[in-house]
Design a protein around this ligand. Sequence first.
Ligand code: HGA
Length: 609
Amino acid sequence: MCGIVGAVAQRNITPILLEGLKRLEYRGYDSCGVALHVDGQLQRSRSTSRVTDLEQQIEEAHLKGFTGIAHTRWATHGAPASHNAHPHFSPSADLARIALVHNGIIENHDELRAELTALGYVFQSQTDTEVIAHLVDDMYNGDLFDTVQQAVKRLTGAYAIAVFHREEPHRVVAARQGSPLIVGVGQGENFVASDAMALAGTTDQIIYLEEGDVVDLQLGRVWIVDSNGKPAQRDVKTVQAHTGAAELGPYRHYMQKEIFEQPRVIGDTLEGVTGIMPELFGDGAYNVFKQIDRVLILACGTSYYSGLTAKYWIESVARIPVNVEIASEYRYRDSVPHPNSLVVTISQSGETADTLAALKHARSLGMEHTLTICNVATSAMVRECKLAYITRAGVEVGVASTKAFTTQLAGLFLLTLALAQINGRLTDAEEAEHLKSMRHLPVAIASVLALEPQIIAWAEDFARKENALFLGRGMHYPIALEGALKLKEISYIHAEAYPAGELKHGPLALVTEEMPVVTVAPNDALIEKLKSNMQEVRARGGQLYVFADVDSRITSGEGVHVIRLPEHYGLLSPILHVVSLQLLAYHTAVARGTDVDKPRNLAKSVTVE
Ligand code: HGA
C-alpha cells in the first residue's frame, strides 16, 4: 500500500527518498512521486511506472534538494493516473506553495472539496488527498506546524501526511491518525516515513508517532504535539529494520522463494520453544489465559483463514469456544461483547487498518484481554495488544501471503496447546508428542515442496481454465478457502471454496466437464464422507484434482488426478496441505504470465480501510 518518505537535511536527499520508496515498493503501488524544495521553488516528478522510472526522470531533470517528500500510491480515490499521483501541490502546479503526500482516506473530502472550490481552488486530481493540500494552503498562517495542527482538526477519516511549504525551506510537518507514521532521527537531519524499513541504512533511531500526533521536523529539531496540541515525549528506539528486500537468489519470483523458505521460517518461528507455556505469548499471559472462557479472532484475508483453522484446533483440543470474525465487518457490526474473551488479532504487517480498528472496537466494548499473532515486532498491532506471538517469517515481499500464513498457523497451534494446558486438557505425554510433530514440520514441508514437478504438470491444465472449485472438510475447509484465494489473487482465475458437504446444496450446479475441482483429501476421520462428495463431482463429469496423503486410498483414474503428500500429519496437516495449494496457484499464475509478486489491484500491508 501507499508509502511515505520525507527528509530535511543539509545534503541532497533525492537518493534517500528514492531508496526509501524502493524499500516500500514490495507493498504494491500504482504510481509514485517526489517533491523537492529547489532554489526557493517546489519541483515535482511523478510516474505511473516503477520507482526506477521516477529515478530516471529525476536524474534527467537534475533534480536535487535538501528538503522533500516522496510517495508510492495505491489508489483509493481516483484512477491510478499521473495527475492523481502524490505529491499534490497547492494552490496549483505553477504557483506551488504547498506539497503534500498522504496515506489513508479522507471521508469528508466531498464536503471540503465543495468548500475549497467555492474559495477558488481548482482541483487537478480526483483524489481525496488534494483537499488536504488546499486546506493547508488556505489555512496557512505563516507557521506550517501551527497550520497543520489546525487543519487536521477539519479532517475526518484516516491519514498519515507529510507536507512542506515554499516559504519554510528547512521544515517538513507530518501528522498521523489511523495510518502508521514514524520519525527517523539523524544528526543535523531528520526524516519521516510510513515504515522504519524505508529508512534502513539512513538512520536506526526511530520514533513511533501515536494517534493524533503532529510533528515538526527541522534540521536539528524534532518537536511533537499530541492531539490536544500538548508537547508529547515519545521514546526514540533503536530499530534494526531490515536493510532491504531479500535477494531473489535462484528463484523466479519472491512468491516462489517465500514458498520454499517455509521449512526454515517455520523452524525459526518455533526455535526456542522447548515446552508449552503461556509465557510464550508474553508476560502475564498465564493470568490472562486463566480469566478467559472464549476466544474472538479478528483478521482479514489470508490471516482470517488462519484464524478459521485455529477455531477447529482450539475448540477440539482446548475445548474453548471460538468466534472468528472478518475485521472489516466486526468493527461495524452490532455484536454482543463477552468481557471474558481472549481477543486474538492476526496480521502479517501488524498495520492492517481494518484489524487495528476491529481491535480498538473490541476494547471499546470492554474486552481487554488482547493478543496478536504478528510478523512485525515493531508494528502498531504489537504495541496495541497486551500479549503477542511474533512469527519469524522474515520480510514477505510477494503480495500473496505464503510463509506468513504457515508461520501464523504455527503460532496459533502453540496458542491452542497453551490454552489446552491451562484448561487441563494437555497431558505431559500429549505435549511431548505435539512438540515432536511441530519440530518435524520443516522436514515434512520440504517433502511437500518436492512435489513441485507434479504440481507444475497440473498447473498447465489450470492455466487454461477460467473457473475452479476447491473442496475441503473440517480443518481443511479453511485451507481450501486459502487455496482458492491464492489462485484468484495471482492467476485471476475465478475460484470458490466450499466445505465438501455443501456441494449438493448449491455449487454442484456449476460442475461440468470444464470445471476443475481441487480437493484437499487428507486421510482423516472425514475421508469416507469426502470420497462420496468426490463421486458427486465425477457423476457430473467434473475433473477432480486431489491432494491426498498416505493411506487415503484414492487412486488416479478417469477424471481423477491424484498427488499424494508423503505423510499424514494429523492436527498439523493443514500446514502441509496449504503448501501444495500455494504451489498450484503459483505455477498456474506463471503459466498465465501474470505479475506474480505484484498482482493487479492488490497491495501488501493494507493500511487503508
Ligand atoms: N486516498 C489516497 C491515498 C490512498 C492510500 O493511502 N493507499 O494506500 C489516494 O487515493 O490517493
